[in-house]
Each structure stands twice: as structure tokens, then as C-alpha cells.
Design a protein around this ligand. Structure first.
Ligand code: GAL
Length: 695
């Protein structure tokens, strides 16, 4: 039965992972937790994430009373529950009795019990046990007024120890892989063509001959490897869907699972379509180097990616309030960073600030991980005070923030299937490093203070004034038509070398670059410039260093804006522009330094009107960025009241320098927290975040 999904309460959620199951013999601690949560302005706790062995201590015997008492007590004290399904960690009775629930490695060995995400997503026993516990939780708590959402499992495929991609190579998974292939290709002939199996005598004459790629067998057939990645992500997603169906039986609460940003094994764009809400777990190595700006840019990208998956507010599901215990060096967050890094999530579209964890565990591998409540000193700690003061701030800003979201005019294409394909392409550099080469484009926008959406090749492009598509090696689905249509209707499209090489099946395009007409160029070769060459390009009278990649292309209808200055291709086009229909298409043939991206994307943002709407004189100081949230029709926290849609923009101006930075505001703004009117020069203190509206 299709249910209308209940919306989240209209509040900015503040709280985090809470594991009372570790403290059931300490009622004093549980009572103290509630008192401290209220003191810290906590209004939400994620419960039961790893509690399967307490919820079902013996096969088929459920003990949910302790959980019920805690949910009740939290609710009575104004604290909501995001209730987890506990599948991320299996109880030992299960993995001992049913060996098949454990994953099989690609060498054919079953994993030992323990750790997290050590389950086979195909296993009928695993699915049956999951349905059992999920239904029991749903039946008992699915309509509890305190329960506001389902936290489906935890970081699927993550936290799996040495083997972290969610893949299982057992005979059943291999069988499901063959079924998946049959659905995709219909016939073996189609598959043989798509995988180009004439190569190295790989032609398959029976589906049974197909095995998952493995270091012990076939590991070079690109089509096979790509499809195995697609299958692995899909198979786990299928498991997630079944988890959602199980909790949906008695409950209309939204389903969310926690994503990990650019997490290679799972295609989050596809996953997001199944979930009611998306969320992000943000762990960064703050202060690992003197300059926090690269970390800030990376964190911002994680938030932005998560928001972009549904283009609506997301939830920051986990973050540390102080340190991350699995980093090589577990530095403490410097005063101010806890608030700034949390508000950064809100600036990028989060409607929550949630921590891992509320209270430090007493034993095992996370006993020293950052938490709101330490082993000692209760609420009398620096970290607790920081959290409490942020909680108070969130409460104050909530009415202005709720019902708004970032609505950028620029987008960058990031595509998981492209990522899988390009890393395995055995070309250019091995591996290619798509995420690493892609990131500078995002960073340039960040430094310019321009919000962007991150889209994949299935997303519509209309509505954006500027679309940047770095290293789209694979063009899949209708992407070619989408881009043609977008540019023809007036869009500005920017792409780079190592784009448009292969189709969905990883087969090379023949004859011509599929967007050759749009770009007005003919592509030929690609060089990895040796480190000793120091090639450069010149654009608008300025020289820029080339990093590594240099495509050799010929301008047809395109105008040449910049050329290579050295090597045997000196004088070849390195930057081109072509008019196509109503729009423009740019081709960046070389992989250029950050200075180029800053200047070039800044120029295009200006030209296309996709820059920041916050008016400042001059450039933003280094380390300062701006995000803008504008009123929306609906949000993670529900439909927006019509009065709210009359609100204006909110600008989050964040200084990631430990020292001060001076801004020069070209218009009048009001600080929504202090009421201060700001115009002209204003000094931001180290790690400060201002939230402004138009005055
Ligand atoms: C996350 C995980 C949490 C906790 C945290 C520690 O990846 O979801 O359960 O382990 O890391 O940083």
C-alpha cells in the first residue's frame, strides 16, 4: 500500500547517535543523559543503530521494551527519535548459525563474523532476519509520536574493515549477477558485443560462464568490471529497498540512510531516488595542516553533493563535536571550529546538526572518539559547552532557515558510473583519479563564493545558466541529447579533455567526438605531459601552468581562446569556444592550475549571471566563502507555509581562517543573530560564520 510520508517536524534537528543499549545497567547514566541533552538544546537522537544483539538477543526473541522506555522518556522531554534498523552489525548467534549471511571474498573465502556491513545482500536468511527485526520495530514504534524517521541501516558498504565495497562473491551473488546481466542485455550476443568479448577469446556461449571479476580470474574485461560495480551497488540498494518496505508496513515515517559523500562503491544518485530523505556523515581532518581551507572546501563538497542528490535540504546525520579517533593524528577542534563546521552544513542546505556520538562508549574502538559527553566531567567540558551554545544558536536561527535551500544557477557534473569506468580505463594514468582531478573545479567555485549543484548524467540541465562537466569519459543514457538541447536553448556548457570517449558499455565512440558539433572541434590524441616539461597556456594575456593532461585537438567551427606554449604541440588549441544554437560550449583541452580555474570560471559565472548574489567590493578574502539559501516550495522539514516563501535570501559568510579576514560589503545587510547592520568593511574573526539577510 502506498503511504503518504509524514514530514519531519519543523525544527532544525540537533543531537546525534545515542547508544543507551551500551548502558542499560546504568539507569543513573541514562537519566543524566536526558538532563544533559536538555541542557545542550538537543532535540533529536538516533537510536538503535548497532543494537541488534540487544533487540533480538536470541533468534526470533525480540526485546523491545528497553527501547520503548527510552523513546518514551526522550519524547516526554522534547527529544525526537530517528529510529535505526540494526542491520549494519549482525548478532553473533546469526553469523555463527547461518554462515551464508557472511560475505564471501573474491578469493572464495567466507569472512569471519564481526565488524560492520559484513553481510551478503543476496542471502535469503539475512533478508528474512532483517524483515523480522524491521517489522517488529515498525509494528511497535512506527506510529510513536516521538519517532520522526527511519535510519535505514548505517553507512551501507562502509565500515567493513579491510574489505569495504559491500560486494559479496558467493555463488548466490554470482547467480544474481547473471540474472542482472540477462535483464540488462537480453541475449548473450548483446552482452558479447557490449563487452567486446572477441578480445582475448572471451566470447561467452552460456551465462554460466560469467563470473565476477577477480584477481584470481578475469580482471581485465572492462565491460564485466563496470557491470559488476553497477550490480554491487544495485544489489545493496535492493536490500535497502526491502528494509524500507519492512518498516513501511506499519509506519509512515520517512526513510533516510547516511551517505558518505564521494563513496566509490555506491551510486548515490540512484540510491537517493529510493529514499525519502538523504543525509551525510561528515568527518574531516580539521587542523591536520596549518591551512584549513582545503579541508573546508572538501567538506563543503560533501554537503553540496548530498543536497544535490535530491535538490532539497538534507540532514547532517553524523559529525564529530571534537576529534575523529580514526585519523592518523586525532587533533582537537580548535575553539570556534565546532560551530563553524556545523554551520557550514546548514549553509550548504542541511536542516540538522547531528553528532557521532552523544556519549563516548566505555570500551572498544570508539571509546576515545569525539562525543558530546565525555567519560568524565558530565556537562562541565569545553566540548559540551560548545555544543550547548550551538544548540541555542540553531534554535534562534531555525525560523529564518527552515523553508529555504540553496538554489544555484551553476552545476558541475559528477557521475558515479563515469567514475567507475574511467578508473578502470587503463589509459592516460592508472588509476585516472577522477575525483582528484574533478575537485579543483568545485574548489574554484567555493573560492569565488558561488553555490553550485552537483548533478549526474541523468539530471536535467535546464534551469542552470552554467554547466561544467570535467572528465566525462563516458557519455551514458541520453546525456548527448541532453547537452545538445541545453546548449541549443542558450545554456553555457564547459567540458574538458578525456570527455566523450566511451558509451554506456565502455565501448569507444567511433568516427567523431559525440559532442564534436556542439564543441566545434575534432579531438585526436591525449598526452600526459612529463613533469619536466612545464607547459603552459595563455588566456586573456595571462599565463597559466598546465598540470598533466593535454589533449591534442583541432578547431573546426570553434574560436581558439588559448594555445599550448611548449612541446611538439605548441600552438595547438588549448581552450576553445563554440557557438551552438542559442548557447556557447567551451572546451578546456589541458588540465590547468587553480589560478586558471579561478579566473576562467569566475569569468563565465559573471558572463552567465550564475555568480553569488551577495554584493561585495573586490574579491572574497582567501578562506572566506558564501552560501545562499533561498525560500523553497518544500523542504526536508515539510511544506513551507506561504508566509515563509515571502522571506528573502540568507547568506552564510564563513571564515575558515584561524585569523581575521576583512570583507567589504557593497550593500546593506543585517546579521540575523545580532541585528547588526553591516555595510562596507567588516572584519570577520577567525572561524566566524555570519548569517545575513538584506537590510
Ligand atoms: C561513521 C559511523 C559511526 C562511527 C563514526 C566514527 O562512519 O557511521 O558509526 O563509527 O564513523 O567516526
Amino acid at each position: 500500500m502506498e503511504r503518504k510520508i509524514k514530514e519531519l517536524p519543523r525544527t532544525l534537528l540537533h543531537g546525534g547517535d545515542y547508544n543507551p543499549d551500551q548502558w542499560l545497567d546504568r539507569p543513573d547514566i541514562l537519566a543524566e543523559d536526558i538532563r544533559l541533552m536538555k541542557e545542550a538544546h538537543v532535540n533529536c537522537a538516533s537510536l538503535g543503530i548497532f543494537a541488534w544483539s540487544k533487540l533480538e538477543p536470541e533468534e526470533g526473541v525480540y526485546d523491545l521494551d528497553w527501547l520503548g522506555e527510552i523513546i518514551d522518556r526522550l519524547y516526554e522531554n522534547g527529544i525526537y527519535t530517528i529510529l535505526a534498523t540494526p542491520t549494519a552489525a549482525l548478532p553473533h548467534w546469526m553469523s555463527e548459525k547461518y554462515v551464508e549471511v557472511r560475505q564471501m571474498l573474491s578469493n572464495g573465502l567466507r569472512k569471519y563474523p564481526g565488524e560492520r556491513h559484513n553481510f551478503c545482500a543476496s542471502s535469503p536468511v539475512m533478508r528474512e532476519k532483517m524483515r523480522g527485526i524491521n517489522s517488529a520495530l515498525s509494528r511497535r514504534f512506527g506510529q510513536h509520536p516521538g519517532v520522526i524517521a527511519w535510519h535505514i541501516s548505517n553507512e551501507y558498504a562502509g565500515c567493513g574493515g579491510d574489505h569495504m565495497d559491500g560486494a559479496c562473491y558467493c555463488p548466490l551473488c554470482q547467480e544474481h549477477f547473471r540474472e542482472w546481466l540477462k535483464k540488462r542485455y537480453g541475449t548473450l550476443d548483446n552482452l558479447n558485443h557490449a563487452w567486446w568479448t572477441g578480445f582475448w577469446s572471451n566470447t561467452f556461449t552460456d551465462w554460466k560462464q560469467i563470473h565476477a571479476p577477480s584477481a584470481m580470474g578475469e580482471n581485465r574485461l572492462h565491460g564485466l568490471k563496470l557491470d559488476w560495480k553497477r550490480f554491487t551497488s544495485d544489489q545493496l540498494l535492493d536490500f535497502c529497498k526491502e528494509e524500507i518496505a519492512a518498516v513501511r508496513q506499519y509506519s509512515d515515517r520517512p526513510a533516510v540512510t547516511n551517505f558518505m559523500g564521494m563513496f566509490y562503491p555506491l551510486n548515490y544518485f540512484k540510491w537517493a531516488k529510493t529514499l525519502d530523505l538523504v543525509s551525510y556523515d561528515n568527518y574531516q581532518p580539521w587542523h591536520a595542516t596549518e591551512d584549513d581551507v582545503p579541508t573546508a572546501m572538501y567538506a563543503s563538497m560533501g554537503h553540496t553533493l548530498t543536497r544535490s542528490l535530491k535538490k532539497q535540504p538534507f540532514l547532517l546525520m553524523e559529525s564529530t563535536p571534537s576529534l575523529v579517533s580514526w585519523m592518523p593524528k586525532c587533533s582537537l577542534m580548535r575553539p570556534g571550529m565546532q560551530a563553524l563546521s556545523s554551520l557550514q552544513a546548514v549553509a550548504c542546505g542541511s536542516d540538522s546538526v547531528q553528532y557521532f556520538q552523544w556519549r563516548k562508549s566505555r570500551g572498544s574502538c570508539e571509546k576515545y572518539h569525539g562525543a558530546v559527553v565525555d567519560h568524565k566531567n558530565g556537562g562541565n567540558t569545553r566540548v559540551f559547552r560548545d555544543v550547548a551554545s550551538l544548540g541555542e544558536r540553531l534554535k534562534k536561527i531555525a525560523p529564518s532557515v527552515l523553508g529555504t535551500c540553496n538554489q544555484p544557477k551553476a552545476a558541475i557534473v559528477f557521475d558515479w558510473e563515469n567514475w567507475w569506468a574511467v578508473e578502470g580505463a587503463e589509459a592516460v594514468t592508472n588509476p585516472f583519479g577522477y575525483d582528484r582531478r574533478w575537485l579543483p573545479f568545485y574548489q574554484a567555485f567555493w573560492r569565488l563564493g558561488i553555490d553550485v549543484d552537483i548533478v549526474d548524467m541523468e539530471d536535467p540541465l535546464e534551469g542552470y545558466s552554467l554547466v561544467v562537466a570535467p572528465y566525462n569519459y563516458m557519455y551514458r543514457g541520453n546525456y548527448i541529447e541532453t547537452v545538445k538541447d541545453y546548449v541549443a536553448k542558450g545554456g553555457t556548457y564547459v567540458t574538458t579533455c578525456w570527455s566523450g570517449e566511451v558509451d554506456d558499455s565502455d565501448l569507444c565512440f567511433l568516427d567523431r567526438h559525440p559532442l564534436g558539433d556542439v564543441l566545434g572541434i575534432r579531438t585526436e590524441e591525449i598526452d600526459v605531459s612529463p613533469a619536466y616539461v612545464h607547459n603552459q597556456i595563455s588566456w586573456q594575456g595571462k599565463d597559466y601552468a598546465i598540470r598533466e593532461l593535454c589533449a591534442l585537438v583541432h578547431a573546426e567551427t570553434a574560436e581558439v581562446l588559448g594555445v599550448y606554449e611548449k612541446d611538439f604541440y605548441a600552438g595547438y588549441p588549448a581552450l576553445t569556444k563554440n557557438n551552438y544554437g542559442e548557447g556557447e560550449a567551451y572546451f578546456i583541452a589541458s588540465e590547468n592550475d587553480d589560478a586558471f580555474l579561478l579566473d576562467f570560471l569566475g569569468y563565465l559565472a559573471e558572463r552567465t549571471g550564475s555568480g553569488s548574489s551577495l554584493r561585495v567590493n573586490g574579491e572574497l578574502p582567501y578562506g572566506v566563502t558564501v552560501n545562499e539559501r533561498r525560500p523553497v516550495e518544500s523542504s526536508a522539514s515539510g511544506e513551507v507555509a506561504s508566509a515563509e516563501t515571502e522571506k528573502g535570501s540568507l547568506w552564510f559568510v564563513q571564515n575558515f581562517n584561524s585569523g581575521s579576514a576583512t570583507m567589504d560589503f557593497a550593500e546593506r545587510y543585517r546579521d540575523i543573530e545580532t541585528g547588526e547592520i553591516i555595510e562596507g568593511k567588516k572584519e570577520l574573526t577567525g572561524y566566524q560564520c555570519l548569517i545575513l539577510e538584506q537590510a
